[in-house]
Structure formats: structure tokens, C-alpha cells
Design a protein around this ligand. Structure first.
Ligand SMILES: [Zn+2]
Ligand SMILES: [Zn+2]
Length: 397
């Protein structure tokens, strides 16, 4: 166990250049603010200016409200409005840096879009990736919700088998059920953000294409060559796809690591996801909407894909890595990259191991002998976090 505890602690003492976003300005003082309230206000604002449907805003705000009611710890501990301006400034800095970092990739994607839009646009409109993806994720999440509730309610004595290493969320039956419901409702909000990322990007590109008069079909010299332009653009897109996908991994890593090293941002935004100390499948969506919006910024390459490829890719991704990465009781078992992040906090920030190896935050379980025991979760954590987690888990009722 010692190896697991000492090594990660040394990692963040001198972060290598480029591992995270450097932030300027004083960190917000006066405690944390609740990013759920901010997200709720943003949804209402978006509906008011007509950017989203009112029903969608009501659904999202209801999910946030249910999440807050189910987990009142958030209300009690995380609301400090005077901390908001300073911490929003920090958040904006991360967002701005990520956006600047991504700008060349978005410009490149926009140029490709101009060549592909005359052919793929009608197809993309015909099949809504949002409806398909949301339906798919919802079906899976409802399955896990029902399964977990069934086990917890009717087989509490045996629940330890399914929730073997989830003790931090499983002090009592009622707290375990509440955590599962909390994760389900909060996860719905992140889900909408995730499922709409392609739709939003294409809508933005299309708006620019019309505004800037860049519809190639209206150009007399080009209108007869649309299919040729489409295939050439597609070839360029396929040839550069891997290259354009790289910032997704790097930006996710940097944003995630910044949220961990900037304590005010951790408290206000990212700590929500770490409520699942050893998470269940449903915890895979318990991410602050603000953080989700930021980490989903990073897929400019994928957004050009016609809907069904995008949807299929997301489904494969979800089944292969997304859900298993948040549950020790899958065929992937303990020792999984992201589960170790949840347990040890300052290792394995990346979606994949590559960035962690590059920036010295990679950690893997040395052997089965040091794998988490069935003892208290707190014992596996580095000391500074142990108390925080113990306090968090103890506040259940
Ligand atoms: Zn994290
Ligand atoms: Zn996670």
C-alpha cells in the first residue's frame, strides 16, 4: 500500500511545462461556489435568448434541482456567492486557453466543412445524432439505475458484492440509494451537453457558412463539381483525422490536471465528479455542466463526421471504455487507469495513459498484492485527501 500512497504525492511538486494551464490572478477567496447554480442560471439564460428550448431548460434545471435536493451537502458546504467572481475568472482563463489552443483545429475543420457541407448537411439533418445518442445513453443509464436500486433495496445484505469497493458511498442503505439517484439525475445534465456537442458545432459552422457567403453550390464555377470537392475533402479529412484528434487527449489532460491543482476550481467544479470516490457506472456522468462544456470543446475533428458514424463511434467508446472506467465490477477489474485516478486523485489525469506518461503522472497498480482491499476506502488515499474523504462520507445523513 505504501507504494500507492507515496509515489503519487511526489508527482505534483514541480509540474512540467505544458502539463496544465497556468492561471493568472488571485484564486477566489471566501470558499467555494456551487457550479450547479451557475449552470442552472446559464440554462435559463440560454432559453431566454432562444438558444435552447424552454422545455429543455426546465428538464435540465429540474435534474440539477433534484441533484441538489438529494445531496444537500452541496448546498450546505459549497455555496459562497462572494467567491464566485474570482473563481469564474479562473474558470474563464482555463476555457480561454483551451479555446485558443483549439482555434487552428477548428479553422481547419471549418475549411473541411465547406467542402463537405453540400453533401453531408442534408444527411446530418435527416438523422439527429442528438436523439439517437441521448436515447442510447438513457437506456443504459436507466438499466444501471434500476439494477442498482433493486440490489440496494431488496438485497442490501448482499449489496457489498456489487458495490464491493464503493464503501465511501455506501455507509447506509439510504445514503447508497441517494447517491445512485443523485448520480442518475446529475448525469442527465452532462449527458445533454455531451450528446449535443456535434449538433452545436455543425450549427455554428452552418451559421458562419451562410453569413460569410461560403456556400460553394452558389459559386457558378464550382457548382458542377460538388461531388469531386466532397471526395477530395473527405480524403483530406480521413488522412488528417488522427492528427486532428490529438488535441482532444491533450486538452482533456490539461483541463483535468488544472482542475486538480487549482484548489478553488477543484472545490467549485471538479469535486462534484470525485463525490464518487470509487465510482459506479452512473458516476460516469456526474460532472459539473461547466466542466463538461469545457472538456467537450475538444472534438473538432469528430464533429464533421456524418451523424451515424459519430453516433456509432460514441456508442463503441461508451461500451469499451466510458462505463467500465467507472466501475470496478466489470471485466476490466481494478487497476484501471481512471479508477486509480478516483482513488489516488493526483495520478492518471488523461483519457488514455499517453499524456500521463509524458508528464510524469502515470501510475499503475504495482501488483495484485497492493490492490485496494475490502477495507475502508480512506486507507488507500494519500493523507491530505484522507481526511476530506472521511469527512465527506461521514456527512451522509
Ligand atoms: Zn479528477
Ligand atoms: Zn471519473
Amino acid at each position: 500500500m505504501n507504494t500507492a500512497n507515496t509515489k503519487p504525492q511526489q508527482l505534483l511538486h514541480s509540474p512540467p511545462a505544458g502539463a496544465e494551464y497556468r492561471l493568472f490572478g488571485a484564486a477566489g477567496t471566501g470558499g467555494a461556489y456551487n457550479s450547479h447554480f451557475v449552470a442552472g442560471a446559464i440554462f435559463i439564460g440560454l432559453a431566454a435568448v432562444g438558444a435552447i428550448d424552454w422545455w429543455l431548460a426546465i428538464w435540465l434545471d429540474s435534474c440539477l434541482a433534484i441533484g441538489l435536493l438529494l445531496d444537500r451537502r452541496t448546498m450546505n458546504r459549497k455555496l459562497a456567492l462572494r467567491a464566485m467572481p474570482g473563481q469564474m475568472l479562473l474558470y474563464s482563463q482555463v476555457a480561454l486557453r483551451a479555446a485558443v489552443h483549439l482555434l487552428p483545429y477548428y479553422l481547419f475543420a471549418f475549411v473541411l466543412y465547406l467542402g463537405m457541407a453540400p453533401v453531408i448537411l442534408p444527411l446530418n439533418f435527416a438523422i439527429s445524432s442528438f436523439a439517437m445518442l441521448y436515447g442510447f445513453y438513457m437506456a443504459i443509464r436507466i438499466y444501471w439505475l434500476v439494477r442498482y436500486l433493486w440490489v440496494l433495496h431488496f438485497h442490501w445484505e448482499r449489496a457489498g458484492r456489487t458495490f464491493q469497493t464503493h464503501q465511501a458511498n455506501l455507509k447506509t442503505r439510504s445514503s447508497a440509494i441517494r447517491h445512485v439517484l443523485w448520480a442518475f439525475f446529475l448525469g442527465n445534465v452532462g449527458l445533454v451537453v455531451r450528446c449535443s456537442s456535434q449538433v452545436i458545432t455543425i450549427a455554428g459552422f452552418e451559421y458562419l457558412r451562410q453569413r460569410m457567403n461560403l456556400d460553394l453550390t452558389k459559386h457558378p464555377d464550382l457548382s458542377g463539381h460538388m461531388m469531386t470537392i466532397f471526395w477530395v475533402t473527405t480524403a483530406i479529412w480521413l488522412a488528417t483525422f488522427w492528427f486532428a484528434l490529438q488535441p482532444a487527449f491533450l486538452i482533456y489532460y490539461r483541463v483535468h490536471r488544472t482542475f486538480h491543482t487549482c484548489r478553488p476550481l477543484y472545490d467549485s467544479v471538479h469535486s462534484i465528479h470525485h463525490r464518487g470516490v470509487l465510482p459506479t457506472q452512473l458516476d460516469s456522468g456526474t460532472i459539473s455542466p461547466l466542466e463538461f462544456a469545457l472538456t467537450e470543446l475538444n472534438l473538432p475533428a469528430a464533429t464533421l463526421v456524418p451523424n451515424w458514424y459519430w453516433t456509432l463511434g460514441q456508442i463503441i467508446l461508451a461500451l469499451a471504455g466510458h462505463f467500465p472506467s467507472h466501475d470496478t465490477n466489470t471485466w476490466m477489474k481494478t487497476g484501471h487507469h481512471h479508477l486509480l485516478h478516483h482513488r489516488l486523485f493526483n495520478v492518471n489525469f488523461g483519457l488514455i495513459a499517453r499524456e500521463d506518461k509524458r508528464y510524469g503522472s502515470y501510475y499503475c497498480e504495482p501488483s495484485k498484492a497492493t490492490a485496494p482491499s475490502s477495507g475502508p476506502v480512506e486507507a488507500d488515499l494519500p493523507p491530505p485527501w484522507r481526511q476530506a474523504v472521511a469527512a465527506m462520507a461521514g456527512e451522509d445523513d
